[in-house]
Design a protein around this ligand. Structure first.
Ligand code: PRP
Length: 206
């Protein structure tokens, strides 16, 4: 299922993020804040178990989360979203996956993966600002499913129609949460109008 948030705070911050005049420090701050807001959207159906709570005035029926959440940032650009998600789920585990796109083929190349043999989380949130061809997201879902994770969501900022289709076709069970769907990919695989290179803009390497 594709979810594109129309939340005013998300749309306001996304416009600032896209702006070519936004510097690296501000860009990082916005990626973090958007990470928090999109995490809120993506966790609406987290599972709960009932729990009674002693208040100063008596006993209330409450609830606590009943599933453990793992964050899977795709290096590099997904890193900036972790801090924002931790604002809401501070004990979420983080499992890094390193992928870069081959510049010619645009296919993802895996260069870092330290997943243990058995999954230690029930729900994985894949974090990556950009869903361009979708190759990186599809590869990450393949890795996580092979690892044994059955509940996966993709949390990103901007998706191209090509990437959204590729991920939905390959993994129809993976819900996609974005701030925007843009027009298209250009001939070198960048999202148009997009925001440029999310990794370079966060890390000051452009
Ligand atoms: C970018 C982006 C995604 C990927 C999306 O990473 O952060 O991970 O490309 O493209 P896709 O949907 O076509 O796979 P990049 O390869 O530039 O690496 P970086 O984050 O290290 O800069």
């Amino acid at each position: 299922m594709l979810n594109i948030s129309g939340h005013p705070l998300i749309q306001h911050k996304l416009a600032l993020l896209r702006d070519v005049a936004t510097d690296t420090v501000k860009f990082r701050q916005l990626v973090k804040e958007l990470g928090t807001l999109l995490c809120y959207e993506a966790t609406r159906d987290l599972r709960l178990q009932p729990q009674s709570v002693t208040t100063p005035m008596g006993t209330a029926q409450g609830a606590q989360l009943s599933e453990s959440v793992g964050l899977v940032p795709i290096l590099r650009a997904g890193l900036g979203m972790i801090e924002g998600v931790w604002e809401l789920i501070p004990n979420a585990q983080v499992w890094h996956i390193g992928l870069y796109r081959d510049e010619k083929t645009l296919r993802p190349v895996e260069y870092y993966n330290k997943l243990p043999i058995e999954p230690r989380v029930q729900l994985c949130l894949i974090l990556d600002p950009m869903l361009a061809t979708g190759g990186s997201a599809v590869a990450t879902c393949n890795i996580l499913k092979k690892w044994g994770v059955t509940r996966i969501k993709f949390v990103g900022l901007i998706g191209a129609p090509e990437g959204i289709k590729a991920l939905s076709d390959a993994h129809p069970d993976v819900d996609i949460y974005l701030a925007a769907q843009d027009e298209r990919l250009n001939d070198i695989g960048f999202i148009v109008p997009g925001l440029g290179d999310a990794g370079d803009r966060q890390f000051g390497t452009s």
